[in-house]
Design a protein around this ligand. Structure first.
Ligand code: NI
Length: 487
């Protein structure tokens, strides 16, 4: 990838870092993971120097519902060589989803779980990620969870660290050397107790190892080498104080660091050229663009048209397989891509465009846009547009609000044209190729927009049957923009 197109992608990824925590009393919406796209602050920021080119073979594990009455979306990265860390993230994400769906306690799913759905905004679960460090033998990822049901708790963050030298997943407390805990905790407490909403009682938990490990689950170094400790709302402080963060200066914290802590600090302040976790890495073959079927002359006011749309990607290897299926039938489609996946897989988005398909915007990390402020909505859409433009050279003109959740506020926040759908395959629920194909084949009518997700292999597997049957019925597969332009 040429450097000039890489730079904006890097900035985008860097700005994913969750830096909202330094303010106390922030509202959940203000501190939602990345909607506001916190601006990059050189020096005292965490996670702003990650170079995506080092993340060879990384895959993003996505899942989501399309049910507006129970919106949830989860994502985390799977980096080759860091399997144990991926397993820990998977367990965390699946656990949060089970609590949200109420399936953790058995019985039938009840959206919002035991916390109920009384919040003014309704239930929503969103787990998204940012890279903190990907350098040398150190990998750091932060997961940010917005759970609008958990007592209006808003945002919870957790940092995951992988030590490539020891081949071990290390939670944040692994930064501190065994013999330095007393000094570290007492320095933390001293700084915390000056904060509003923090009392000697609330920080007492830091003396107990078990609760200490739970509270200190988000630590990362700044690019200056300081250690930033982020606390979720209601942990070391009273809930009204919101999220709290403490930064210990480099000179103070350095003597207390473990060997891994020192390496993580060094890889943050002076990143190596590449990430090497010691894993034998077989690079996946690049996703190949398919032959562009050329200019589409179909007149949808006369011909039978249908617009297949694929959401939540791009995903490897599913999207590459899908491109082959579409090419076989010279079918065009529209891809509603998620910004954080575009930043990870710009090559796939480029292949989509080169194969003659339309690329459109599906937000940065799949939140319910109607739950956000206008500035957050703008940020979600603009960052994704910028990532698409960095990957393809072209800005999209269409967007699809996650869950179809749209109102006047969302419309007013963007000049992009919204696209909903006529046929919902509910593929995220069934994971059954025959069912997905049958839904489209039995429900599709001329000029329909069909919703499918190319993150599920089962959905991609349904596509040949859809293309075969509808082609035989005389349908033309067109992009959404083409459908709109010729109707
Ligand atoms: Ni979606």
């Amino acid at each position: 990838m040429p450097r000039r197109t890489l730079a904006p992608v890097l900035l985008l990824l860097g700005s994913l870092a969750l830096t909202a925590a330094c303010s106390t009393g922030s509202t959940p919406a203000d501190s939602a993971p990345s909607p506001d796209g916190p601006s990059r602050t050189r020096g005292n920021d965490t996670g702003s120097q990650v170079d995506l080119t080092k993340l060879k073979g990384v895959n993003i594990v996505n899942d989501s519902s399309t049910d507006p009455s129970c919106p949830w979306a989860t994502s985390y990265p799977d980096v080759p060589g860091a399997d144990r860390m991926t397993t820990a993230m998977k367990k965390d994400v699946e656990g949060r989803l089970a609590v949200f769906l109420g399936t953790d306690i058995g019985g039938p799913p009840s959206c919002g779980g035991s916390a109920g759905t009384d919040g003014p905004e309704g239930p929503e679960l969103n787990v998204s990620f940012s890279f903190l460090v990907a350098s040398g033998d150190v990998l750091g990822v932060r997961l940010g969870t917005v759970d609008r049901t958990s007592n209006a708790d808003g945002l919870a963050t957790r940092a995951y660290w992988y030590d490539g030298a020891a081949k071990k997943y290390r939670p944040s407390p692994g930064f501190i050397a065994d013999g330095s805990w007393d000094a570290f905790v007492s320095a933390l407490k001293k700084r915390l107790e000056k904060r509003e909403g923090v009392t000697p009682d609330t920080v007492e938990a830091l003396d107990d190892q078990e609760s200490r490990d739970a509270y200190l689950d988000d630590m990362a170094f700044t690019t200056d080498g300081d250690l930033k400790v982020d606390f979720d709302r209601g942990t070391v402080g009273l809930p009204p104080a919101g999220r709290i963060s403490v930064t210990l200066p480099r000179a103070t914290v350095t003597p207390w660091l473990s060997d891994f802590g020192s390496r993580a600090q060094r890889q943050t302040t002076n990143p190596d050229d590449k990430l090497d976790l010691g894993a034998a890495h077989t690079p996946a073959p690049p996703v190949a663009a398919q032959p562009d079927p050329g200019e589409d002359t179909t007149d949808c006011s006369k011909a039978k048209c249908i617009a297949l749309t694929f959401d939540d990607g791009p995903a490897a290897p599913e999207t590459g397989t899908l491109l082959k299926h579409l090419a076989q039938y010279k079918a065009r489609a529209t891809f509603f891509v998620v910004g954080q996946n575009v930043a990870t897989h710009p090559d796939i988005v480029r292949a989509e465009m080169k194969s003659g398909h339309e690329i459109a915007n599906h937000s940065w990390n799949h939140p319910v846009l109607t739950n956000l402020t206008p500035a957050q909505v703008r940020s979600q859409l603009q960052r994704t547009n910028a990532a698409i433009k960095a990957a393809t050279g072209k800005e999209p003109t269409l967007f699809r609000p996650p869950y179809g959740a749209i109102d006047g506020k969302v419309r007013a926040a963007t000049s992009l044209s919204p696209v909903l759908w006529d046929v919902d395959t509910l593929d995220w629920k069934s994971h059954d190729p025959a069912k997905v194909a049958q839904t489209v084949i039995s429900q599709a009518e001329p000029n329909d927009v069909v919703l499918i997700h190319d993150i599920h292999p089962t959905s991609v597997a349904a596509v040949p049957e859809i293309l075969r049957t509808l082609t035989a019925r005389g349908y033309h597969f067109v992009t959404v923009s083409h459908l709109r332009a010729t109707l």
